[in-house]
Ligand binder design. Structure first.
Ligand code: KIV
Length: 294
């Protein structure tokens, strides 16, 4: 039975009903289609694609155009999940006008239903401007990877009383500015729990413990495809990277040993016609015949 498209109201209702929200990233048509068939609530086209799809060392390199390109591909594969486009570095912090225009591209060109921005209280006026333009926004606090040079690396945030209090206040201000959910990344679970009970909008954790209203992981991480580094919170649910390596070794062996392609994977020409072609080859000069076509 075809499911209905997940809406922002559905995501909000899940928190009210105490139901967990299941979300994951995707960056292309084929993965997004599999994710969607698994009835995941929300797909984030994360700027993590900078690393896991494009091979950059962090998320700062991916551009608006690249994000839109991948968001379009995801949209083509998704019928049910809510699609959120992740606004890349410098696309929303220079001025509000550019921020709204760039957010609008995710909706208009990319086919997303909402955007995500990184930042706390300082980003609230921009979020309000987006919402005034009818663009729905997801917040993201804690370890916001676009600020790694400020943090000094991919480091756990909110570990002191002052920084933990700031995260709680940021979450309150994000809620007040109208976000429909907040990603909490790499913060102690007790602080994530406090934030989750302080706001009415759902919290979506990644490295923020079990008390968040939902969870998100980078799909290439949890499937064991991207293994450049493994944060403590990451759980491997599969080892697809290893399966791919096995498959490629088999493929290589079979080609080298003339096993692939066998009859089953080859097209057949009728024997009668083949006899005629062989006779023709015997009786003409192939070079001459070929030159006649030029
Ligand atoms: O870019 C991303 O994938 C993200 C999630 C990890 C939350 O921001």
């Amino acid at each position: 039975m075809a499911l209905q498209k997940v809406t922002i109201k559905d995501i909000l209702d899940k928190k009210k009903k105490g139901e967990k929200i299941v979300t994951i990233t995707s960056y292309d048509y084929s993965f997004a289609k599999i994710v969607d068939q698994s009835n995941i609530d929300l797909i984030l086209v994360g700027d993590s694609l900078s690393m896991v799809m494009l091979g950059y060392k962090n998320t700062l390199s991916v551009t608006m155009d690249e994000m839109i390109h991948h968001t379009k591909a995801v949209s083509r594969g998704v019928s049910n999940a809510l699609i959120v486009g992740d606004m890349p570095f410098l696309s929303y912090k220079i001025n509000q006008t550019d921020a709204v225009i760039n957010a609008g591209r995710f909706i208009q060109e990319g086919g997303a239903e909402a955007v995500k921005v990184e930042g706390g209280t300082e980003i609230c006026p921009t979020i309000k401007a987006m919402i005034s333009a009818d663009i729905q926004v997801m917040g993201h606090i804690g370890l916001t990877p676009q600020a790694i040079y400020e943090f000094g690396g991919f480091l756990v945030q909110g570990k002191t009383i002052e920084t933990a209090k700031k995260l709680i206040l940021d979450a309150k201000n994000l809620e007040e500015s109208g976000v429909f959910s907040i990603v909490l990344e790499s913060i102690p679970w007790q602080i994530a729990k406090l934030i989750t009970s302080s706001v009415d909008v759902p919290t979506i954790g990644i490295g923020a413990g079990v008390y968040c209203d939902g969870q998100i992981l980078v799909i290439h991480d949890m499937l064991g495809i991207f293994t450049d580094f493994k944060p403590k919170f990451l759980k491997y649910y599969s080892n697809i990277g290893e399966s791919i390596r096995h498959a490629l070794n088999d493929y290589k062996d079979e080609i080298i040993n003339g096993i692939y392609p066998d009859q089953e994977h080859s097209y057949e020409f009728p024997q009668q016609g083949l006899n005629k072609i062989n006779k023709w080859i015997e009786n003409v000069d192939i070079c001459e015949e070929a030159h006649k076509l030029i």
